[in-house]
Design a protein around this ligand. Sequence first.
Ligand code: AP5
Ligand code: MG
Ligand code: ZN
Length: 206
Amino acid sequence: MKLIFLGPPGAGKGTQAAGVSAHLGVPHISTGDMFRSAIQNQTPTGLEAKRYIDAGELVPDSVTIAMVKERLSMDDCKPGYLLDGFPRTVEQAIALDDISAPDAVVDIDVPDERLMGRLTGRRICGKCQGTFHISKLDDEKVCPVCGGELYQRNDDKPETIDTRLKAYHEQTEPLIGYYKGLGKLRTVNGDGQLEDVFKAILATLE
Ligand code: AP5
Ligand code: MG
Ligand code: ZN
């Protein structure tokens, strides 16, 4: 199955993609994770993307589309893919239709007023890459799954979050209409318990 997770920053795309990709047997491809790893490894793509990501703006389409095209050509994408954070502009969606069109698009819907708290309280494990929220952690620095050290993303500062939300509304939200027009959109309420959102996603795919 070829699947897209759409939704604003903090909607829970990464959190839900971990379980859903395992369930479907397709790779979880997060362009945000790919950029962060490229930045860490100081590749040309990473060097180009860093200033946009740090500012909360979208990386130019040409860079992002080339990176995704290469990733989707790899062998593990033969059974399909779960794209998280791509496409994020209409131009990216048109390019994806050309590379390998999705079967379905799940829009994880969460009201804006919930997102700031989710993002400022997010912590990520440097060892297992798990995503957590401080409201559910006994120790804000230690991963409850593997004991690794937790860190905060550079772009999870309130000012940068504001810019990311603006970019979402202006550049990414039009994709809801784009995929509705193609009959591929499935909207799921993302403002609930983790397990309930997970079940709602699987139900909408049946
Ligand atoms: P990216 O990494 O994709 O960031 P994002 O879209 O801003 O989304 P997030 O990862 O912040 O949110 P999420 O929906 O994954 O939420 P999560 O599951 O972590 O992109 C980063 C940057 O890279 C972009 O700003 C841009 O610069 C660049 N980029 C990436 N893709 C691009 C593209 N295609 N084109 C151009 N540029 C691109 O959850 C968040 C928090 O909420 C966690 O703490 C979690 O524990 C908590 N949470 C999750 N679900 C629930 C729930 N149901 N109830 C309560 N809390 C919950
Ligand atoms: Mg994410
Ligand atoms: Zn961990």
